[in-house]
Design a binder for this molecule. Sequence first.
Ligand code: ZN
Length: 439
Amino acid sequence: MTGNRARTLLAAGTVALVVLTGCGDGNDSPSTVATPLASLPPAEVVDRALSDIERFWTATYPSISDGKAFQPLQGGYHPYTQGSPPPACGGEEGVYQPNAFYCPVGDFIAWDAEQLIPQLQSNFGQLLVALVMAHEYGHAVQHRLGVTDQPTVVLEQQADCFAGAWLADAMAGHSGSFNGITPAQIDAALAGMLQLRDQPGTSATNEGAHGNAFDRIRALQDGVQNGATKCAGYSAENLPITEVPFTQERDAATGGNLPYDEAVATIIKDVEAYWAKAYPELTGQPWKQLSVQPFDAASPPACPNPDAIAGGAAFYCPDGDFIAYDDQKLQALYEQLGDNAVGLLLGDLYARAVQHRRGQSTQGSAGQLAVDCLNGSWTYDLLHRPKKSDVTTLSPGDLDEAVAALLALGRATGESGASGFERIAAYRDGVLNGLSACK
Ligand SMILES: [Zn+2]
């Protein structure tokens, strides 16, 4: 390995131990999800996870290493507490931090068994605890493959991808401990990953950058869908990294959030202009300007068959061909998750209008995923504009706000039947590949 980075941390900086409180109906609290391992203490969950991940790599490693056998960790596993700090890693003294890490020099994994792991388990479920261990194990795999001479952000996403490869194996029923994994458990774990992201505005080239949540979840899903061989091929040349540093003073001061009223007006103007351009491309027909109305919860506009989201707080009305949203609820979403959560919601309604106007369904899982892809295609457009002062662009953190909003509005138990995992994947397809991905 190169550089003097002695250890590979789970997350850059301080880990924010905050529960993502969804703005749904309150049924999406991950701590209420029933799971086969729910009654196990965190230490037992960690033990079972590590032994299962070792099983996975013993079986899988030869296929990505020209047949070489997997060598289990030589330095073992080390839970630590404030009173009993982690072992030294190379020349670096072991200091308590609410974190988890792999130490290449000592070839061991260590984790905060006092705060981090118990809190992750109680807030997001034991699957997140296992994924954290699988991520750290991914660093051990990189070390064995000899691929550590890459930017940190690539190594971190590769570790997430390797964790996803383990998850797919467990989902396929090969794990003795993590079986019967449900979409709700996965969505809870994804919500936890949002808490382990880099702070918005971290440059992807920073030492210690792990990637934003959008990129990290992409990497995890890549591992789930395409397996360890795909992860092993990660390099700076082939990874789509969306993490961008703050480039405007105003962004840095506000965290990239416009004031609410300005955000709503800017978003509506922008998504309207996008579809005026994109709808003819998609259908060969001209786009008619869409009417958008805020309403008070006590007096929503009349609509016989609303195509509603967010529990009816926002809808497209096919009969009147207009969009309406509960202004107070939208503002609450803005305050909770940020301005691009508003963008995600309004963009969803525009995508519904697109589908209705061109005679396509928005219902059920397939309809929702089509809407999410179209919504993502608008974000693709935002990401590929020339950076000029009069052009609306995304701020650091905006993609994570969209992912958080998707999880808050569309957990596995939600209205459409599509899981948050599937919805994020469909949205990302539009974000990374544009309108052509949604045809
Ligand atoms: Zn890492």
